[in-house]
Design a protein around this ligand. Sequence first.
Ligand code: PFF
Length: 448
Amino acid sequence: MVTLMASSSRSQFSSRFGFIMAAAGSAVGLGNVWGFPTQAASNGGAVFLFVYLIMVFLLAFPMLVAELTIGRYGQSNAIRSFRSAWPKGKAFAIVLGIGGLIVVSLILSFYSIVAGWLMGSFADSSLNLVGLADKSHWLTTFGTERNLVLMVIFMLLTMHVVRSGVADGIEKWSTRLMPLLFVLFGLLTVYIFTQDGSLEGLKMYLVPDFSHLTPELVVSAMGQAFFSLSLGVCVMTTYGSYLQKDTNIPKTAAQVALIDTGVAFIAGLVVLPAMFVAKHHGVQIFSDSGTLLNSDTLVFTVLPALFDTMGEMGAVVGAVFFLLMIIAALTSSISMLEVPVSCATEELKISRNKAVLLIGGVVIIASAAIVTNFNLLFGFVVNFTTVYSQPIIALLITLIVGWIWNRNQILTELKQGYPEIEKSLFWKIWPTYVRVVCPILMLLVFFA
Ligand code: PFF
């Protein structure tokens, strides 16, 4: 994912396209295919989509630019980058950076559990393909042992990639497989509408019923937008530090945000109708009172039910789909592990190998604690990190960019990849926007 250039003193992405694939790889993941459709389904469908799009455009995109710019300016791990934007705020930078890396590690600890379920579903579809359906029950049945084993396998995979210097394997994979994911979703969207019940789902997804609009929905949409764009956890600050100086940051950020939102939108277009198709086939999706049952595992019930309706082809489509999802999850989990690893190698001066083993080991232990206390901890950690911590850290980063960091320095940094920026509409709006509007919007959403 991060193509390291041996000749430069600091690692860099080899090209703008490579960066977009890596940053989009971080952004596109379970949040798009599991998180977004599940939240939309639980929050009235279209209203959630509507508020989500507003949140991406009005809040997440400007903040993505802010995080990338701080990182590229600092040319270092998150803690040091914050310090170079605010040399006098050493303690603040340390607390913020460490806060970010704790939150991102916690996110990785639940993310790897869900990615493990994907691996189970993938193995299940593959075994079905070779006629071993009876052997695969364990893989898709919720249980502590299964969750533990699959989580550890996924974490080892993540650690392996980050340890080997994140060389060009993943960048190449992302470049080829992300478009494939798009195509597959496109085909699934076409297929789903040939199925009975799907229109009911489409209606839920696209026709807003504003009676669902609540303050909690707006907070959830904001959290989901930050989660989906990997904001408020120093990932984009760290990736920004690997970005070449001649890259146009606002344009690149817009492209990443568009790809990410496009994938989330299409995922909703498949999953919500698929829920109703599954319901049509007798799978229980809603409780008697009309609320969504088992929302955490919704996608894992609904999509296999959809694949089952495809007959022989279903197992193939299922296997390919879950494989692509594992790759999407992997390109996200790598970016998460990269944050504490880059801090540890630069701040503690330990080798990349050691840092990966140490931090990966801690994340596995945290993850095992969640698996063994699933009902108590899973939802709590998801909420604590994504609904509260990410927006709060993102807000603090915005305050540094808007109020503390010298505006001329920001301009000089951005100009390197966008020489005519001073005359652009972006520069007329963005600095004041990040200074005033973003914090106010966020505080409003919080205190609503
Ligand atoms: N953006 C990823 C997704 O939507 O699945 C999740 C994510 C990646 C969250 C990296 C946080 C992060 F630091």
